[in-house]
Design a protein around this ligand. Sequence first.
Ligand code: CA2
Length: 147
Amino acid sequence: MAKPIYVLSGPNLNLLGTREPEIYGRQTLEDIRVLCEVRAAALGHTIEFRQSNHEGVLIDWIQEARTEACGLVINPAGYGHTSVAILDALKMLAVPVIECHLSNPAAREAFRRETYVSLAATGLVSGFGGKSYELAVEAAAHLASVK
Ligand code: CA2
């Protein structure tokens, strides 16, 4: 059985669709999960879609992906700008890592312009709302199949 693409989301994204729609869109994380699942299936892949508000839980899932995933998509949310521990975990992965953001952090406040996750990412998709996740899944599927 082929390994899934892990799609991980960080803190507060469980509340997506409830505030700041002008920045993050109106889709809920469940809407995005369905989009990713359909896109992955069309490309012959499956996904493991998870969200946590806890840094250690995200790190456990990243470590799990070392053996259980063919690629990893991560929207680290606020942790992207703060977490060296998540960066360290991502560096241990041999599979492609796609960083994904709903908004374009590079065009926002100065503190969002740097993300630790980028230092371990194969590529980055940002600024397309929920579509960023879909594009990131597509990129992960592509990289997994050319390996
Ligand atoms: O644009 C993104 O996807 C971000 O990762 C979202 C993070 C932010 O800290 C990053 O700079 C960029 C914030 C996630 C907040 O979650 C929300 C919850 C409810 C409604 C809207 C956003």
